[in-house]
Design a protein around this ligand. Sequence first.
Ligand SMILES: [Cu+2]
Length: 446
Amino acid sequence: MSNHEDRRNFLTQGAAATAGLFTAGTALGQQPETTSRSDGDAKSGQGEEFPRWHAGPGGPVNSPTDRGKLVNGFRRENLKPIAMATPDLAKLPFKMVGGVKEFHLRPMPVQQELLPGQTFNFYGYNGTMPGPTIEVNQGDRVRVVVHNELPEATTIHWHGLECPNDMDGIPFITQKMIAPGAKYVYEFTVHQAISMAYHAHVGMQEAAGSIGMFVAHPKVAFNPPVDYDFGLLLQQFNIGPNSDVVNTMAMDWNYLTINGRCGPYTTPLLVRLGSRVRLRFFNFSTLHQHPLHFHGHTGWLTGTEGGRIPDSAWLPLNTVRIGIGEIREVEFVANNPGDWVMHCHMFHHTANHMVSQVGPHIRDPKLDTYKDIPAFPQLMQGKMPMKPMMMEKIAGRRETQGMADQWFKGSKGMMTIIRVLPDELYTKITQTDLPIPVGASLFSEQ
Ligand SMILES: [Cu+2]
């Protein structure tokens, strides 16, 4: 079987395998009040249904299937929400203590590998930068015991949480600082259903990495329910040549990260073709907005750091600008198979240390960057080029199998890849160890 036939097969079989999972609707565009808004390929012939297996506009503007707006994925309605996936980051574990969800959070100096072989010193929590994600449900009583392992005093602020004033974590205004070695207990009931963050309310600490995602799910999933929910934390750092410490006084940045990694070390997001996907972007950079652009699809802005937006006010987009301290939630139906990049659109933010994307490395490796290219950023000299063993950490990951040869040359800085995979290929990559041919997830017009 040729590679092309093979891919076509994946598509067809993927469609057939998943088509039975939901009920095909009829004239769905005319019945926005019904709870069953799922639909597959257009059946009515009225052009009002959304094409689940290939790109297409869906119904007329303001119809429920308009650009996939209210089109279900494969998950039924009225269930609990699925957990938020945080690629490359762990969740903070908890234990139930007398009906309270108790977490233990440890602010500490950490080392984080932003790219293979490029490990630097930051502040973080429980061993990582950013810290592990706190995930709770609306209505939960939450206790966070903070054990300060930093060499300096700190606090924790709950960004977006409507908590009692004395739980807000603001030095000198709502509490005394937590001394090095000391313990402090925060406790509150979470009545909101939103994306939040936790961070030190000490600027230099936050700039050094003292930040993590904090999510409160609604008791019942928002409609239409999503099949995938991803949390992506955006940060920027300045780490000078021959330095391994983040410079928190800098006003310019050379490392732009998603969940603590730069592209191409960011782990791709794998989703099944036809599913509904939510992306939550948390921008906790020090000084820059990030216009995050995702390819091949159109999504809807469905939420902010203030919570869910009424669907009458959703905005269609494929670039969402996230200001500092803002959180943006976007949903789309992944109906266009392939490997789609998703990246900040500020050029400086899709470069690693300004040595690759802006330079000649992806054009002609024989050139001596610093001698042959006038105005190449000289200050960047001194950072190590990637060694083959380090490349294995990038291209050897299972999540990257089937991508194009040398795909990693196209991903830098604040960039990752959403892989929209037909069912069979998705299953083969995620649930087996079978070899995947290079380029298996590149698709042309069917
Ligand atoms: Cu950016």
